[in-house]
Design a protein around this ligand. Structure first.
Ligand SMILES: *Cc1c(COP(=O)(O)O)cnc(C)c1O
Length: 421
């Protein structure tokens, strides 16, 4: 029996309506940019498996570091112990994060990195005896699927049934280059009427919303407004972190740096799960007290798992290498050229790009999980390319190690599939 058949017996998949979509394709191998299914078919992973394995699947450099770590120390509680990979990783991260980041808190995925950030903010004000509980977030943002993260997310496909249990979150539009004053006025009003604790945002690119890119100056103005009102800013860099936008972090484009940063996805190069919430010295100091209960009593059992830390150290070393930095530039340049080419296609409405992220809006009204989206996904797979449209957006986020011939094949496949659409 095939994996697809055996899978159906016991497995409940995420983001899936099993009644209409019972099948899941069995993938048995991944190396570099290529996925191999159980029938031996190969696919280019053009979205880096949800933008995680940016250094290619089963990257030998990461494997070696992880293998070595596995033979030294596998898992240890992080509440009373520390260990070399956690210490080394914290040093490496502080070295590349925006200069105001001072402390590294470990979680185990993207949602929990956001969840920890939200709890940090709430307790920061609680500890200071200044109760503030309202959050501000962008419309259509995505911050994860746990309750705090879900509250701050604005994508209704995910949140609908849980709405009445969510936190109080006010939403503002993303800055598009002409509406900054309007947004700042909305923010003024929200701040005047509520005790705003924090503003959480995906810096420059809203991933799950369809790789929507907003204006650098606009975001800067919002962040500087928040600073002026002592509103904590949380940059959710779970998707944008580690080179995607052409800089190590999207926050590197900003004049005003966030107080808290959430990291996951490419943090470990896709090898194992891990999340990190970093923060400024000011946030950290609000938890220092002779009163034990003012500490941050939030912990995940696998926090700072040594193997995950080793994978992350290896990933950051790769990110900093000349070769990867050059590849990021090469992919961005190639995207720019392809963007000009595909813009002229009759089925294409518009394109947008930053760093290695390229999004193409097609001229149809496609539901997020509708029939046309399934046809597109299947057509791409038939051509040997794994692309996963979001609404009527097709986006590319290939691993940094991709060969230019393979990247051209991704481009050609998009053109070919759009031709027959
Ligand atoms: C994926 C994602 C998350 C959630 O991360 P998980 O590891 O899936 O829980 C949060 N924020 C952003 C911006 C993301 O892209």
């Amino acid at each position: 029996m095939s994996l697809t058949e055996r899978d159906k017996k016991y497995i409940w998949h995420p983001l899936k309506q099993h009644q209409t979509h019972p099948d899941s394709l069995g993938i048995v191998k991944a190396k570099g940019c290529i996925l191999t299914d159980e029938n031996g078919n190969e696919y280019i992973d053009a979205i880096s498996s949800w933008y995680t394995c940016m250094f290619g699947h089963c990257n030998d450099y990461i494997i070696n570091k992880v293998h070595h770590q596995m033979q030294q120390l596998d898992q240890i509680m992080f509440s009373d112990f520390t260990h070399p990979p956690a210490v080394e990783l914290s040093e490496k991260l502080i070295n590349i994060l925006p200069e105001n980041q001072a402390k590294i808190f470990f979680n185990d995925n993207g949602s929990t990195s956001v969840e920890a950030a939200i709890k940090m903010v709430l307790q920061y004000y609680f500890n200071r005896g200044d109760k503030r509980t309202v959050f501000v977030a962008f419309e259509n943002g995505f911050h994860g699927d746990t309750f705090g993260a879900m509250s701050t997310s604005g994508l209704s496909v995910y949140n609908g049934p849980f709405e009445e249990f969510l936190m109080d979150v006010k939403r503002i539009p993303t800055p598009n280059g002409v509406n900054h004053t309007d947004i700042l006025q909305q923010l003024e009003k929200i701040t005047a009427e509520n005790k705003v604790a924090a503003f959480i945002y995906e810096p420059l690119v809203q991933g799950a919303a369809g790789m929507k890119i907003h204006s650098i100056e606009g975001l800067n103005e919002i962040l500087s407004f928040c600073k002026s009102k002592s509103i904590i800013t949380i940059a959710d860099e779970v998707m944008t972190g580690f080179g995607k936008t052409g800089r190590n972090f999207a926050s590197d484009y900003m004049v005003t740096k966030p107080d808290i940063i959430c990291l996951s996805k490419a943090l470990t190069g896709g090898m194992v799960p891990m999340g990190i919430t970093s923060c400024t010295q000011d946030i950290y100091e609000a938890f220092l007290s002779s009163d034990i209960s003012k500490g941050f009593f939030h912990c995940h059992t696998y926090a700072a798992n040594p193997i995950a830390c080793a994978a992350s150290i290896a990933s950051i070393e790769l990110l900093e290498s000349k070769e990867i930095q050059q590849n990021i530039k090469k992919i961005s340049d190639a995207h720019e050229l392809f963007s000009e080419r595909i813009k002229k296609h009759s089925k294409v409405n518009s394109t947008r790009q930053i760093g290695v992220i390229l999004a193409i809006d097609i001229d149809t009204n496609m539901e997020r999980y509708g029939a046309l989206r399934d046809i597109l996904l299947k057509s791409f797979m038939k051509e040997g390319v794994f692309l996963r449209p979001l609404g009527n957006t097709i986006y590319i986020q290939v691993p940094y190690v991709i060969d230019m011939v393979l990247l051209e094949k991704v481009y050609n496949t998009i053109e070919k599939v759009l031709d027959i659409l």
